[in-house]
Write a protein that binds this ligand. Structure first.
Ligand SMILES: NC(=O)c1ccc[n+]([C@@H]2O[C@H](COP(=O)([O-])OP(=O)(O)OC[C@H]3O[C@@H](n4cnc5c(N)ncnc54)[C@H](OP(=O)(O)O)[C@@H]3O)[C@@H](O)[C@H]2O)c1
Length: 310
């Protein structure tokens, strides 16, 4: 019996992984671990929904006893960057200690651990701007980034070279489908459609990523046995302001309802890496042996059903 664990199964990425894993027929059972119970409204035969708090070490161990994993894909995280800044202890429990416990479970079960991390482990400042390669020096500028880096380090400490692990760093994940929170594309489109004005930053550059592409990469990696640190993001490097204009154009919405601001003007609790994004040369090389191609932020506008009724 092959059992895939997907943590964060209610999230943007976790939902895409769960759905694709079920459709692939590769796993006998998918244990979809959600923090809240949202996904349970979509019962499917191969999917066992279970609540799991990644901050609860004992609960993770008990879940491992009940449903020993063959593969673990960790899509769960405290992803609210500003909340991580103000609730540091919780951020570290979920983003750093949670992955450590998963690594221990993976080792005991003999299961590869595929963990999702972030470009926010890099500074994105003028001294060392992105986009970044896998071996560029890390230097997070927010508590979210520091706690996610803590998760990477915990996995490497626990598993070292003796047990297979993959740390897939990604950037600005956007997804579609049920249970999804608004993403940049749907937010911009809906607000413009409602006639509202939007404040958009002109100084944040990144490589946005479709959740479905990243889910395909994770499931391919599990089959192909890819290990180590791996950058997995969309191929288009662009500014939020350029993306917002492309979204307006794509949906035939006005271009003059944007108020352009700098990140500093937004006065958010957490600092953002401004020149961030990921270079994915390893991914490009692996495409010759079956790794999926990723859509860029502009191409995906016309290639995706955004679930908008206009
Ligand atoms: N979103 C981005 O732009 C972005 C960019 C770079 C990297 N990443 C990384 O990509 C991965 C997937 O993120 P995403 O975009 O899918 O984010 P998401 O939609 O916010 O999903 C994260 C999931 O984590 C779950 N979670 C939160 N606290 C938890 C806890 N204490 N125990 C168990 N589960 C918990 C949430 O569960 P409930 O919904 O059930 O509460 C949520 O479903 C994360 O590792 C994130 O750091 C995301």
């Amino acid at each position: 019996m092959t059992t895939l664990w997907v943590t964060g199964a209610n999230g943007v990425l976790g939902w895409a992984v769960t759905r694709q894993a079920e459709a692939s027929g590769v796993y006998d059972r998918i244990v979809a671990l959600g923090h809240s119970s949202v996904g349970q409204s979509d019962p499917r035969a191969a999917i066992t929904w279970q609540p799991l708090d990644l901050a609860d070490h004992d609960a993770i161990a008990a879940t491992a006893q009940a449903h020993p994993p063959s593969v673990i894909i960790n899509c769960a995280a405290m992803t609210n960057v500003d909340k991580c800044e103000t609730e540091r202890e919780l951020a570290w429990r979920i983003n750093a200690e949670g992955p450590r416990t998963l690594a221990q479970v993976a080792r005991e079960a003999g299961a590869p651990l595929l963990h999702v991390s972030t470009d926010y482990v890099f500074p994105g400042d003028e001294a060392a701007p992105g986009p970044y390669r896998e071996d560029d020096p890390v230097r997070p500028v927010s508590e979210y980034g520091r706690s996610k880096l803590g998760g990477e380090q915990a996995i490497i400490e626990e598993l070292g070279s003796a047990h297979p692990w993959l740390i897939a760093r990604t950037a600005i994940v956007i997804g579609t489908g049920p249970n999804q929170r608004p993403n940049f594309v749907t937010w911009v489109a809906r607000e413009l459609r409602a006639g509202k004005r939007l404040k958009i930053v002109t100084d944040q550059y990144n490589t946005p990523t479709l959740a479905d592409d990243l889910a395909r990469l994770l499931l391919w990696s599990a089959r192909a046995g890819a290990t180590g640190v791996y950058h997995a993001a969309g191929p288009t490097y662009l500014g939020r302001h350029e993306w917002a204009l492309a979204i307006a154009d794509h949906f035939g919405l006005p271009r003059d309802h944007f108020d352009w601001v700098t990140s500093a003007e937004l006065n958010q609790p957490a600092r953002r890496p401004l020149r961030s994004g990921l270079r994915c040369e390893r991914l490009a090389a692996d495409q010759a042996r079956g790794a999926p191609t990723f859509l860029g932020a502009i191409e995906c506008l016309s290639e995706t059903d955004w679930g908008l009724d206009f």
